[in-house]
Ligand binder design. Structure first.
Ligand SMILES: [Zn+2]
Length: 244
């Protein structure tokens, strides 16, 4: 049939975009799409990740905008605007004077609680799962010789501590370390961005849940070491079920 709209469209919608009859779409929750972050959002998520990792503490002064701009490869203008928005949201404090600067809000955790968005967080966690399954599948049979990269030490530390903040820090460390170890420099940044966004959006798991989920970290490492792809992917998926 001739397309009367011309060579470059618009084309009629493909039949598959119509609702599928006989499938239970009600069981599939509507998820917000994981879209590209703006520069300002990326700065926001990186600061959130640094707070989670203990690199920045609530009440602590941020590095100068020039330093942040250089570290993230962004313009100082973008950094200044991002920090300005974060000040307006209460996540950061700006103080004038000789000891002035931009500081992490002393009540960071309470402020962040106001930004939780479970629907967005669920989408990001799904995307994180997709990335980790891909990394694991790609690496299962060909781990670099020194691949461990301290991941077992993170698992051991999580087993040894009951401190909530420390468990949260180690939880992020494990997944950053995994992306670095398996991603060959391609996935570390992506996972850092995702984890930073999750620090702002996802509900915070309690200490018991983090320790429970650490079992899947151990299972994953064991499976990778044995080259057991099915078990490795199973551990990643089971971990997602834990909601961490
Ligand atoms: Zn984990």
């Amino acid at each position: 049939m001739a397309n009367t709209a011309g060579k470059f469209g618009p084309y009629p919608a493909p039949a598959l975009t119509a609702p599928l009859r006989g499938t239970n779409t009600a069981r599939l929750p509507a998820r917000a799409p994981v879209r590209q972050q703006t520069g300002a959002e990326l700065i926001r998520s990186r600061i959130a990740l640094q707070v989670r990792l203990g690199v920045l503490a609530p009440g602590e002064r941020l590095p100068d905008t020039g330093v942040i701009a250089e570290e993230l490869g962004m313009s100082e203008m973008t950094v200044r605007r991002a920090l300005e928005t974060m000040c307006q949201d209460g996540l950061l404090d700006r103080r004038r004077g000789r000891v002035g600067g931009t500081f992490v809000a002393p009540n960071w955790d309470a402020i962040v609680d106001a930004f939780r968005d479970e629907e967005q967080a669920a989408s990001l966690e799904d995307f994180h799962l997709l990335l980790e399954c891909g990394l694991v599948a790609r690496s299962a049979d060909e781990l670099p010789t020194a691949w461990d990269s301290g991941l077992q030490a993170v698992v051991d530390e999580m087993n040894a501590t009951g401190d909530h903040a420390e468990l949260l820090r180690l939880e992020a460390c494990f997944h950053l370390g995994l992306a670095e170890a398996l991603g060959q420099g391609m996935a570390g940044e992506e996972v850092a961005d995702l984890l930073g966004r999750l620090c702002l959006l996802a509900p915070v798991p309690d200490a018991a849940r983090l320790q429970e989920a650490n079992k899947q970290h151990a299972d994953l490492l064991a499976a990778l070491e044995l080259g057991r792809l099915d078990a490795a992917v199973g551990a990643v998926k089971a971990h997602r079920v834990m909601g961490v």
